[in-house]
Design a protein. Structure first.
Length: 80
């Protein structure tokens, strides 16, 4: 596999992962009550705990995208 192929794959990974992140944020922002009711069937969470879990999950997912996809992509662009 050439570096150009790896760069192309990483670029697609960054795009798809950010799309997932935006959908998750959109659902959290605009369908918050529905998501809370859905998860409330399985778990006994307060609204504050539910919000904190999702906010933390969004932050961890974004950091993972940066560290696992974007940083290697930038490094490959700088090297080649």
């Amino acid at each position: 596999m050439t570096t150009n192929e790896v760069k192309h794959i990483l670029l697609w990974c960054v795009g798809l992962n950010y799309m997932v992140l935006f959908v998750w944020f959109g659902m959290f922002a605009f369908a918050h009550d529905w998501m809370y009711r859905l998860h409330g069937r399985w778990f006994k969470l307060s609204v504050e705990t539910f919000d904190a879990i999702h906010y933390g999950g969004l932050a961890v997912y974004k950091i993972a995208i940066l560290l696992l996809n974007l940083v290697p992509l930038v490094a490959l662009w700088l090297v080649s």
